[in-house]
Design a protein around this ligand. Structure first.
Ligand code: GTP
Ligand code: MG
Length: 201
């Protein structure tokens, strides 16, 4: 897909404050510091669009960016942030839950998972929650540039094994790096496909 434009639209504290023009949206979620904002920037090719930081907890609101004036990329706050309150840490936060469960424009939630770590309970239970609520999602494994090809293969195999303990089929998943751009074309093609399906539905 060709990215002609990408613009910040607004930050919202609640899902009811989100844009009301009905354009489809693709939101990015995952543990704090996993690389959500960085991946969004890589997808659109603008390094400074979404704010990134080495300090976890940078993104605090629901941030809408309109792409090609046709669809939104949405940068969400992270979950599992060690300095957040206990409820924010374990409950994924009310803001996030309300957004995920109520936002009709949400076409697909991209769940970002750091491939360097062994499967984390909080990510697995978050995926479980999405399955139970029938929320369409895809996984993006992040920071692939920090691993060798051998490590990538063995960590992917480990993750797939864990997923298949609870999922009948592997969820859609992508290997990505905001650093070297790996996975960018695949994620954009997947979004383009979903946009097409929405237009013809
Ligand atoms: P919060 O908004 O705090 O939840 O974090 P986030 O998930 O948006 O992470 P962010 O994009 O701010 O990135 C966190 C840190 O990881 C930054 O220092 C990024 O430069 C780094 N980072 C993100 N993606 C990658 C990647 O693909 N490769 C490498 N090497 N570093 C990355
Ligand atoms: Mg962020």
């Amino acid at each position: 897909m060709n990215i002609k434009s990408a613009k910040f639209v607004k930050s919202s504290a609640k899902y009811i404050e989100c844009p009301e023009d009905g354009l489809p949206e693709y939101a990015f979620i995952g543990r704090s510091n996993v690389g959500k904002s960085s991946l969004i920037n890589r997808l659109v090719g603008v390094k400074t669009l979404a704010k990134t930081s080495q300090t976890p907890g940078k993104t605090q609101l629901i941030n809408h960016f309109v792409v090609n004036d046709k669809w939104y990329l949405v940068d969400l706050p992270g979950y599992g942030f060690a300095k957040a309150s206990q409820t924010q840490r374990t409950g994924f936060g009310k803001m996030i839950q309300n957004y995920i469960l109520q936002r009709k424009e949400l076409s697909c939630l991209f769940v970002l998972i750091d491939l360097r770590l062994e499967p984390q309970k909080i990510d697995l239970s978050f995926l479980q929650f999405l399955g139970e609520k029938e929320i369409p999602f895809a996984i993006c494994f992040t920071k692939a540039d920090k691993l060798s090809n051998n490590q990538i293969n063995s960590n992917l195999a480990r993750y797939y094994g864990t997923l298949l303990e609870t999922w009948e089929e592997l969820p859609m998943n992508f290997l990505t790096s905001a650093e070297d751009g790996r996975g960018r074309e695949d994620v954009l093609a997947y979004i383009a496909e979903m946009n097409e399906d929405l237009l013809t539905a």
